[in-house]
Ligand binder design. Structure first.
Ligand SMILES: Nc1ncnc2c1ncn2[C@@H]1O[C@H](COP(=O)(O)OP(=O)(O)OP(=O)(O)O)[C@@H](O)[C@H]1O
Ligand SMILES: [Mg+2]
Length: 271
């Protein structure tokens, strides 16, 4: 029986889908059988990220409504025989996915795979609540290093606790090491401390991640620091001990503090 991972965030657009697709690919290339479930009903995007958008016939809601068999809805990206995607419905509403039916599908997927990654919708509404069940084995909260995202992540963690899900681990995304070192951005450990969660990994702000999406490429095929970061996280998910932190610590050595370049101040415009 495989493991399932719920990948959630309070705030939207923080990188859940990007990270879920990359970690799914990374784990599959390490020989794990992986299924990525796009559970963002009505706003599907994993198909585009994984390059299978022209091959979708059935989706998660079709499987839940018994309009097709689970196997008929699963798609493998070209050359990734260990990886499958269960796409989200494009035009359905979240309430069309029965929580009981989702749980049954999740159990089936765990029987077929080593790892099942659930790419969740943002927020704490019914669309997320309906995905929370006791077949979820691990939870990950994605957070960017800012107060708004941290506050919303706290709400998701509260909901997970209320639903008796396992305690989440946090991945901090879009870190800028230069800003962190000069004290202008929270380091990943600071975010993890504020949330009081174990830090699973950290990903830098990486232009190649966005450019790979535009070029319809999988970020795991692009040589860049972002890819290295995601490979490290996939290894940590497999239980390997891979050291952190990687992208800036708050404390600078004295000689770098002495010669630090001046940053432009954030100034209010006088009206
Ligand atoms: N580390 C990063 N560096 C640069 N761009 C990134 C990074 N992580 C994500 N992005 C970009 O941010 C955008 C939003 O990412 P993504 O769609 O994965 O977020 P999401 O949390 O799934 O959003 P939603 O809440 O809408 O589902 C995408 O354009 C993606 O390429
Ligand atoms: Mg998404």
């Amino acid at each position: 029986m495989g493991r399932s991972w719920m990948i959630a965030s309070g705030k939207g657009g923080v990188g859940k889908s990007t990270i879920a697709a990359a970690l799914g690919t990374g784990l599959a290339r390490e020989g794990r059988r992986v299924c990525v479930v796009d559970a963002d009903i009505g706003l599907r995007d994993q198909d585009a990220i994984l390059g299978v958008e022209n091959r979708i016939v059935y989706d998660l809601v079709d499987v839940a409504n018994k309009e097709c068999l689970l196997n008929q809805a699963l798609i493998s990206p070209d050359g990734e025989e260990n990886l499958t995607l269960l796409p989200a419905a494009q035009f359905a509403r979240a309430k069309e996915l029965e929580p009981k039916a989702f749980r049954k599908i999740l159990r089936q997927l765990k029987e077929m795979n080593d790892e099942v990654l659930i790419d969740c919708p943002a927020g704490i509404e019914r669309s997320l609540r309906g995905l929370m069940n006791s077949d979820v084995d691990e939870t990950i909260v994605i957070c960017t290093p800012d107060d708004v995202c941290i506050r919303n992540a706290e709400r998701v963690c509260g909901l997970m606790e209320q639903k008796r899900l396992p305690r989440p681990q946090v991945i901090v995304n879009r870190l800028n090491p230069a800003l962190i070192e000069y004290g202008d951005m929270y380091a990943a450990q600071v975010v993890a401390q504020v949330l009081d969660l174990p830090l699973l990994g950290e990903v830098p702000e990486e232009p190649m991640i966005y450019r790979a999406l535009l070029a319809h490429m999988n970020v795991m095929d692009v040589a860049c620091e972002g890819r290295e970061a995601l490979v490290r996280i996939a290894r940590r998910m497999r239980g390997e001990s891979v050291p952190l932190p990687c992208y800036g610590t708050a404390a600078l050595p004295w000689y770098r503090r002495l010669f630090r370049p001046k940053h432009k101040e954030v100034k209010r415009i006088d009206c």
